[in-house]
Design a protein around this ligand. Structure first.
Ligand code: SAM
Length: 314
């Protein structure tokens, strides 16, 4: 059981599975690229028994402050504010890892803190930045992006069928007055998707648009592929990289990255022998996507869509 400070809450998903696959041993160096409320990190620290080092990275200054404070008595824990895409610059030079964890997406704390602007259930400033210390807010981005770019992002990052309509309505609306709040974005989606379609949808009609805008604001997908290669590059032979995803778009990136690590050969499929010289750098464990246990889903509805993928450095 994790003990998070009042006001910071996030129930970690698939903790048992992460334990099983990461095979934590004392006196080794690990990195958690998505520290959040530190549920996974705290559990990992427990297995490290005070030895070795665990680096906990998060781009959210609130997560670093709250979880850094909570885990400060673990002398082998180092909290680092930054983007795990930059892992090679964030960790001390020469660091080699015995394992890494990426639990992608946003934390419950971020989603449920109204002022962060991630939720379509509350009217709040349209922010959505995980790193509140830098970068463009969702409002700034949505008030400048072209209709074409927005349509593409809605398709690419949320499979939104009404992408073109939403982008058109949004651009028309911002010509009259800028979008400022989450409520403004919900109104745009409501105006763009026909009422009959909205009525049939069991989930909130704005959920896909919010997901796409969040991914866009935080550049979550495009740099992920390179980031996974960089993480694998830092691993010692036998070390495992565990990645938990929550939607098919990010899961597809992880799946393809791991497949390429397993089979990087770019020779034509009919070539009698390999001439490209690219050799496998990892093997895939667990037979592909690992689903959460039913108990996890019952305890935490956000675990429903979780998938864990594990690759081991050769
Ligand atoms: C699903 S939560 C992780 C929860 C964590 N495993 C726990 O046990 O509490 C995702 C966290 O990763 C952070 N995050 C997401 N993408 C990131 C990135 N590219 N670099 C650093 N942190 C990131 C978010 O700010 C958020 O705090």
């Amino acid at each position: 059981m994790t003990t998070q400070p009042p006001g910071f809450h996030h129930i970690p998903v698939m903790v048992e599975e992460v334990f099983l696959w990461l095979r934590i041993e004392p006196q080794r160096v690990y990195a958690d690229g998505t520290l959040g409320g530190g549920g996974h990190s705290e559990a990992i620290l427990g297995l490290m028994k005070g030895s070795g080092i665990l680096y906990g990275i998060d781009r959210d200054p609130d997560a670093i402050a709250a979880t850094g404070e909570r885990l400060k008595d673990h002398k082998n824990f180092r909290a680092i504010h930054g983007n795990f895409h930059d892992v090679k610059d964030l960790l001390p030079s020469g660091t080699k890892l015995s394992g890494g964890l990426l639990d992608l997406g946003v934390s419950s704390h971020q989603l449920d803190t109204k002022e962060r602007g991630f939720s379509y259930h509350e009217d709040a400033p349209l922010d959505m930045r995980m790193d509140t210390s830098q970068g463009e807010t969702a409002a700034e981005l949505l008030n400048r992006i072209s209709e074409r770019e927005l349509t593409q992002a809605l398709y690419d990052f949320s499979d939104e069928k009404w992408a073109a309509r939403i982008a058109k309505v949004l651009v028309e609306r911002r010509q009259k007055y800028p979008l400022l709040t989450t409520g403004d974005l919900v109104e745009v989606v409501d105006a763009a998707i026909p009422k009959a379609v909205r009525r049939k949808d069991t989930a909130h009609p704005a959920r896909r648009a919010f997901q796409a805008v969040r991914i866009l604001v935080n550049a979550e997908i495009t740099p992920l592929r390179q980031a996974l290669d960089d993480w694998m590059d830092l691993m010692i032979p036998g070390a495992r990289l565990c990645v938990i995803t929550f939607h098919s778009i990010e899961d597809r990136v992880v799946k393809r990255a791991f497949q390429t690590m397993k089979n990087p050969c770019i020779c034509p499929p009919k070539a009698p022998i390999c001439t490209c010289g690219k050799t496998p750098i990892a093997r895939i464990l667990g037979g592909g996507a690992i689903a959460p246990a039913q108990t996890d889903v019952l305890q935490n509805p956000r675990a429903r869509s979780a998938k864990l993928r594990v690759a081991e450095r050769l």
